[in-house]
Design a protein around this ligand. Structure first.
Ligand SMILES: Cc1cc2nc3c(=O)[nH]c(=O)nc-3n(C[C@H](O)[C@H](O)[C@H](O)COP(=O)(O)OP(=O)(O)OC[C@H]3O[C@@H](n4cnc5c(N)ncnc54)[C@H](O)[C@@H]3O)c2cc1C
Length: 385
């Protein structure tokens, strides 16, 4: 059914959620255009963990198989002590026949989505952002940095954790510094690395995450009190220092960390915008609405789910306010679960590294139960009363 209320959509941000939104909307018969502030695509080279709920959502736009083809599916993670003694294999919960984990390069994921957007001929205005948003009688009047103005039925803020759209509709927010930083570095995948692996160190957690048959990335989480400004040309040295306590495969990987420019370091900030994530005809999705610590590997998954759910609701031809209300009913608690449970995992990790962790906490079970919840249906019937 064509949507009589939403015919013209502006998507702000051409990242994972913005590109997915364009494809999903087109499938629902709705035209969109994208503004992306960068002049050229510059997606950093490390990988991303795709849990099965991400693949299930991507299958709604026909892209799950391509992600698996260009990525590398496996059943879960092998866990070790910091010194390198094997502890156990954690099988990740699966759904609808998708693998427990698909590792993929961020660049490959970006180009899978971008190619699909190009096929449907959605316009992407590079080097473009919004200057103002104004709710008017027939939609939202948007002024771009190019000076042009247009009115849209719906504006989707898919512009990431420092969202300009969010600032314009809800004002500035306090993002919580988690106390942790995440370090990543791309390496060749050894032939005998079957699954992802994680080593639990005394002061850090370090892993190797396959992202293709030939490549993997080193993924390291550390305590970084006060969010220090780290010298860019010393990142390789600083990362190796933080890996000094590790043995086994992580010690081998550490030897290959030789180039500061190849280290991708991110301090971890989190936020959850209280419901609702919309004002008038402007909606926030993905990291603009919910920025999570990466401990459950779910940030991009829930971003993708957001826009697949939105497109699904739009097929019902409801008014904008009914559409956005229904969207919040389906998305808020699910995304809150990920942000809060990831915050909890950060807290437990910091307690462990400070020798303050309680002995009765079962982290493995907590992660498993959270991931199982994410495998519950996400495209449920609408409650239209
Ligand atoms: C260290 C780390 C590891 C992670 N690992 C995983 C993982 O393994 N699995 C997983 O699922 N998730 C992971 N995530 C989370 C994941 O990267 C994000 O949740 C995901 O990228 C969110 O997508 P998005 O489209 O909402 O935002 P983004 O990917 O940030 O995209 C936003 C886009 O908007 C553009 N933009 C920004 N401002 C403007 C503006 N004013 N105007 C126009 N365009 C604008 C940006 O240039 C960008 O293209 C990780 C995050 C971190 C920090």
């Amino acid at each position: 059914m064509t949507n009589q209320y939403v015919k013209k959509v502006l998507i702000v941000g051409g990242g994972i959620s913005g590109l997915t939104a364009a494809i999903a909307l087109k499938k629902a018969g709705i035209e969109a255009e994208i503004v992306e502030k960068e002049k050229e695509w510059n997606v950093y080279g490390v990988g991303i963990i795709q849990p099965p709920n991400a693949l299930r959502a991507l299958n709604e736009i026909g892209l799950a198989d391509e992600c698996i083809k260009q990525g590398t599916p496996y059943s879960g993670f092998d866990y070790y002590t910091g010194e390198g003694h094997f502890l156990y294999h954690g099988v990740s919960p699966t759904v609808e026949g998708y693998p427990g984990v698909n590792g993929i390069s961020r660049r490959k994921l970006h180009y899978i989505l971008l190619e699909s957007v190009q096929k449907i001929k959605t316009k992407i205005h590079m080097g473009t952002t919004i200057s103002t948003l104004k709710q008017v009688a027939n939609g939202v009047s948007v002024e771009l940095n190019s000076g042009t103005s247009q009115t849209y039925d719906l504006v989707i803020g898919a512009d990431g954790s420092n969202s300009k759209v969010r600032e314009l509709i809800v004002g500035s927010i306090d993002q919580q510094y988690s106390g942790q930083g995440v370090w990543r570095y791309t390496l060749s995948r050894p032939k005998d690395l079957e699954n992802g692996i994680f080593y639990y160190g005394k002061k850090a957690k370090a892993g190797l995450v396959p992202m293709s048959d030939r490549e993997m990335y080193l993924l390291v989480t550390t305590y970084e009190p006060g969010n220090p400004k780290l010298p860019a040309d010393q990142l390789h040295v600083l990362l190796r220092e933080r890996l000094a306590e590790f043995g086994g495969a992580i010690a081998e990987a550490a030897k290959q960390v030789t180039n500061a420019n190849e280290v991708v370091y991110r301090p971890i900030f989190t936020h959850l915008i209280p419901s609702p994530w919309y004002r008038g005809n402007v909606l926030l999705v993905g990291d603009a609405a919910h920025g999570t610590a990466p401990h459950l590997g779910q940030g991009a998954s829930i971003a993708i789910e957001d826009v697949i759910v939105l497109a699904d609701i739009l097929k019902h031809n409801l008014s904008i306010s009914e559409t956005l209300k229904a969207f919040m009913e389906k998305r808020f608690e699910r995304c809150k679960l990920i942000v809060k449970n990831s915050d909890q995992l950060v807290e437990w990790e910091l307690q462990t590294w400070n020798s303050e962790m309680k002995s009765d906490v079962n982290i493995g079970m907590y992660v498993k139960e959270t991931l199982e919840k994410m495998n519950e249906p996400f495209l449920t019937e609408l409650n239209l009363q």
